[in-house]
Design a protein around this ligand. Structure first.
Ligand code: RRO
Length: 315
């Protein structure tokens, strides 16, 4: 009998939406303009995720506002985006690429969220990702660190959307905070979680120049890339444990290889998003991650994404 090579299945499902491949861009990475979003459509990204959109178009914070270094990146982009009306118009043509479109929405105040969500929902993206965790707007704390405000925003969005929606949360560093947010999500359910946003308000210093590396907020910004992977994995695991896998999770943070994707899946993610590695490597990162993940699966005897999700062993 001829030997059969099993091709691992890299597709996944989140909140009833099928993704042809389990990896996609993280909101913010190469997804602001129509040209960038269409390039994601033509790439092997498993979905098209928009930049977080606000009520009005924004140019964002002054440059330099993104800096990559050996183990990661720091950014303080300040929500540069086209404004939600432009994305609402774009979404139907993006759906023609035949992969899910995820609309990321943000707000500068609580009532922005339902206003934007209601309009965007009518444009029929496959999923809506509500960003409760932008760290980079001076004077605007991350909503995800205010549990009452998070619950109010989730309830207001739920009342106006007819698409599945999830929340993108900031990293939490104490089990009491995981429990507090899990309580919010018990009372005000969502259809998926995106974990985690950048580690906010970090400071990277260039010792040669004796200087900060980005301009906004005196150099403070959101940390991403390889160095935040353990923080991402911990948050994924904590929420996977809290809900026993009942809320699907999109893992974000520190993915640069197929093995990193595998670790996110083991912790409890059903799909992953790529930020720093996409910024640094460009769209070919998706081809490489697909090949590497298939190799990991084949070597370890996994037939696909679903068989790995949450399978982390404890000692
Ligand atoms: O635009 C940004 O500065 C930004 C956002 Br909205 C976010 O959610 N996370 C991030 O690292 N940067």
């Amino acid at each position: 009998m001829a030997s059969q090579t099993l091709v691992p299945d890299l597709s996944t499902t989140i909140a009833g939406v099928r993704f042809p491949l389990c990896f996609m861009n993280a909101s913010g990475a190469r997804c602001v303009t129509r040209a960038e979003l269409e390039a994601l459509g033509r790439s092997t990204s498993g979905a098209i995720v928009t930049k977080s959109m606000t009520r009005e178009p924004r140019v964002g914070n002054p440059e330099p506002r993104y800096f990559a270094f050996a183990d990661g990146s720091i950014n303080s982009m300040g929500l540069p985006n086209l404004g939600y009306h432009a994305y609402a118009e774009l979404i139907p043509s993006l759906k023609a690429f035949g992969k899910p479109v995820i609309a990321s929405i943000a707000g500068l105040c609580e009532d922005d969220f339902p206003d934007i969500a209601g309009t965007i929902s009518k444009a029929a993206p496959d999923l809506i990702e509500v960003n409760l965790s932008c760290p980079n707007i001076p004077g605007k704390p991350q909503i995800g660190y205010d549990f009452d405000a998070s619950e109010r925003v989730i309830r207001k969005v739920r009342a106006v959307v007819d698409r599945p929606f999830g929340v993108k949360l900031p990293p939490y560093f104490d089990p009491a905070h995981h429990a507090a947010m899990a309580g919010v999500l018990q009372r005000a359910p969502v259809d998926f979680l995106s974990l985690i946003n950048s580690v906010g308000n970090a400071l990277v210093i260039d010792p040669e120049r004796e200087s900060v590396v980005i301009k906004p907020k005196g150099g403070f910004g959101g940390l991403g890339g390889a160095m935040i992977k353990p923080v991402a994995l911990a948050n994924i695991r904590a929420f996977w444990n809290a809900f026993q896998g009942r809320i699907p999770i999109i893992g974000v943070g520190g993915i640069g290889s197929g093995t990193d994707v595998f670790e996110h899946l083991l912790a409890g993610a059903s799909a992953v998003q790529i930020g720093t590695a996409l910024m640094e490597e460009g769209l070919p990162v998706f081809d490489r991650l697909g090949q590497e993940l298939a190799t990991v699966f084949a070597k370890k005897g996994y037939h696909g994404v679903e068989s790995a999700v949450g399978r982390l062993k404890e000692l």
